[in-house]
Ligand binder design. Sequence first.
Ligand code: FES
Length: 391
Amino acid sequence: MSSEPRDQETHGAGDERPVPSEAELSEMSREELVQLGGRLDGVEIVEYDDPWPVKGTRAEKRSERLVAMWFGLAGLSALAFLAAFIWWPWQYTPPTPRDGQDHFLYSLYTPLIGGTLGLSILAVGIGVILYTKRFIPHEVAVQQRHDGPSAEVDRKTAAAHLADAGSRSTIGRRKLIKRTAGFGAGTFGLAVGVYALGGLVRDPWGGPEGEKALSTTPWQHRQPGEKVFLRRHTGNFGEISLVRPEDLAAGGMETVYPFREEDRHDHEALVHAIKAGDASVMLIRLRPDDAAHVVKREGQEDFNYGDYYAYTKICSHLGCPTSLFEQRTNRILCPCHQSQFDALQYAKPVFGPAARALAQLPITVDPETGYFIATGDFIEPIGPAYWERES
Ligand code: FES
């Protein structure tokens, strides 16, 4: 590209206007570039009023404080949202007389996070609108359109226009507004980020009584020697139907859930034991001929009771319920992506995308009652992998 001065440059059909050379352009001040840009583009500035021609008036300061107040409110609301999101009791608490206060606090969780985040968004919006209306010069300009891409000179002058607009908005010298806007926008952005990601993060060590949320299930014994029975769900949470070996025919399968005698009259505990996502287990009774060919997993040789084997229903691929047991082939099927697990080989995957065996629950029969009990929790996390899983 030539650096020679150019006297004429085309800006559309038949529109020829003189432009300065690159050397001249680099010498020009921003003010001059703004004027040049307007001239070259055929822009006529009809009005360009400074909203505060007399600086430092009480009215100007009042406006500044008003804008700052809205940005400050946005920041405080976002902080309140963050605090509520992180620390407010969010786990469901039933509305019983005993826990009435807890339920009341829990019921405020959603309105609180919705209200504080909504107020923060509203306050940021009002602050921006107020600043625009009260501090940005009100320009009225008329410009003729031209065809084709913009020339270098147009790009430079447009950039100068933008910088000039920023400068004339006086944001550079309004520290209070800059700080509160930074506070409001920063905390608001943080709140949105926490809101988007916070719900996806679960503390693997959190949970009542120090349980490891990701590596324990409702089958976990609360104290050593506790009897955790296998119960079926009849449709009525309060109806306790325990499972005995003679309840299952050879080749049969039943879905079972944990039950503790101490929970018999605790409706919430009974509901939780059945509804918890990681509680459901398939109790399978193999046919004697098939059971003779079972291959047990190392370290799990005593997890079964005779021909009875218990596996989690949570698929090791993506966590769907593997609720189909094919008696003829002894395969457990997951309907989501067609993974198949061999019940004769510790439920290891034999087809489909699943890469790990279904976790096996150690079971036996309680000699006092004759019902099935779990002798412990699963010894590995169930379902899909997560970052700390070792198997
Ligand atoms: S979730 Fe079971 S195969 Fe995908």
